[in-house]
Write a protein that binds this ligand. Structure first.
Ligand SMILES: *Cc1c(COP(=O)(O)O)cnc(C)c1O
Length: 306
């Protein structure tokens, strides 16, 4: 289904860095979530007419699920805990693009309040009220954290391995910032299973190293399969604005490639520190897309720091 995403070379931290451009995977369906949802795109699901997801109203997974649903001819119902008034009045980014794809974005808090129902979480609502009445629906857990993600991530691993082989690159390390760690774990596992001399390095952008290690263990209890976690060295809260993130993002713009503002700034800060103390071997950064999210993140940064 997907063509191989290209690999570019940029100058970073006084050296060459390869960038795997998963942001360019497919015009309507790109980045991390497209890899994770590729299984659903590439298989037939007779009888299924609807996909159900949940998460934040600004999540990359909302947009990607809406794109998947459109390609499959499915209805997309996406449950969120809350939609802010600003976003509802002036849709932008992932939210706007998902609406344009025909997604129904359902504000669970508002729904419960309007019907005087007890306040439960989004996931509880889906499990208790929605799924029992939707036998023709495919439910996808938040952020695509599921075994199905392995299918598309293996394909990504295959592309990277073929690229390294063709270009005679030995001892490649692939760096990507992690949320749930699903992508990093399945990618490293692929390289270990293929006995490739490629390994994955990552850092925890959501939660800390212990949280990330726990996520790895839930997907695969064998620590030999786990990516190496490079410690961030400082506590950051996911989704909050930090001046050093904005400064790194602006620096990265000079490479001619646009990165996103939630995961990439911390990814590159950690990678830069790592490169300063870990020799000159070949390193590839995985660009995981998510650029639509900049439409909501960038104005927040600009309001704060110009
Ligand atoms: C979802 C996402 C991630 C995190 O992926 P995990 O597999 O949850 O670690 C990183 N970057 C972008 C752009 C994403 O959309």
């Amino acid at each position: 289904m997907f063509a191989n995403s290209p690999v570019d070379t940029i100058a970073f931290a006084g050296r060459d860095l390869f960038v795997k451009r998963d942001d360019l995977l497919h015009p309507a369906f790109s980045g991390n979530k497209a890899r994770k949802f590729a299984y659903f795109l590439e298989h037939e699901f007779p009888g299924i007419t609807q996909v159900i997801g949940h998460g934040s109203a600004q999540a990359n997974s909302l947009y990607s699920l809406s794109a998947l649903a459109k390609l499959k001819g499915w209805q997309c119902d996406f449950y969120v805990d809350h939609i802010s008034g600003t976003l509802r009045d002036e849709p932008r980014g992932n939210y706007a693009a998902a609406l344009a794809n025909g997604a129904n974005v359902i504000d669970v808090r508002q729904l419960l309040t309007a019907n005087s129902l007890p306040q439960v979480t989004c996931l509880q609502y889906i499990e208790q009220q929605v799924l029992p009445q939707a036998p023709l629906a495919m439910f996808i857990p938040e952020g695509g954290r599921c075994a199905y993600a392995q299918h598309g991530v293996n394909q990504l691993g295959k592309e990277i391995l073929a690229w390294a082989t063709t270009n005679h690159i030995a001892g490649l390390r692939v760096f990507l910032p992690s949320g749930t760690g699903t992508t990093a774990l399945f990618l490293n596992q692929y390289f270990v299973q293929q006995q490739a001399d490629i390994r994955v390095l990552t850092c925890a952008v959501v939660g800390g190293d212990d949280y990330l290690r726990l996520q790895f263990s839930m997907l695969n209890p064998d620590p030999l399969m786990h990516p190496r976690i490079v410690n961030v060295g400082k506590k950051y809260h996911f989704g909050k604005l930090y001046y050093e993130f904005y400064a790194m993002w602006q620096r990265l713009n000079n490479t001619g490639i646009q990165f996103e503002l939630l995961y990439d700034p911390l990814g590159f800060i950690v990678l830069e520190h790592y490169l300063q103390s870990h020799g000159s071997g070949p390193v590839m950064y995985l660009h995981q897309g998510g650029l639509l999210g900049n439409e909501t993140m960038l104005p927040r940064y600009q309001r704060k720091w110009g």
